[in-house]
Design a protein. Sequence first.
Length: 226
Amino acid sequence: MSNPVLELKSLTRSFKQGAEELHILKEADLRISPGEIVALVGPSGAGKSTLLQTAGLLEKPDSGEIYLDGNNASALKDDAKTALRRHHMGFVYQYHHLLPEFSAIENIVIPQMITGKSKKEAIVRAQELLEAVSLAKRGSHRPAELSGGEQQRVAIARALANKPKLLLADEPTGNLDPTTSDHVFSLLLNEVRKEGLAALIATHNPTLAARMDRIIRLENGHLVEQ
């Protein structure tokens, strides 16, 4: 049996709010296998974004460990964590965060060149991904010239550009109308399954959550499988 792509062991995270200490994660455990898409649900303010940021090595837990492919990523130094994110993780947020001065294809090429790919290689991969998300004819357009749904599709393509092992998505269609949301989410699921990634996707939408392989609920700091 292969190692889980992502494993969280007894993850604890809290914040100070005045004199009060807010316990966001309480010894949370989670395993996600290669090719598995897991929905992360829970009430607003439960800490879904904190969990994703911590799993993505962007925030440090108070205690607990984060394993990627069986290796303790939480024990790495900051430079090594950055390299791990760059090469093995893809992130999609509720807002696309595209670079406004660059075209759609450039937004997908740049992350690849940062990891050492040649421009030629990066362009080929970017064109493949734009084709996959039905934007082959929009590659030269800047974000301001694209609709909200198109921008988010570019963001998805960018997240997949370096062929990550793990995709972390935080309400990836939360800013879109229902019809566009359904279309973009279908494209996201299709690409994740095609690439064989492990994915953890936070959503408030029960219909979208039901389309994933498993549903994990975060409530009162604990992760519970539904």
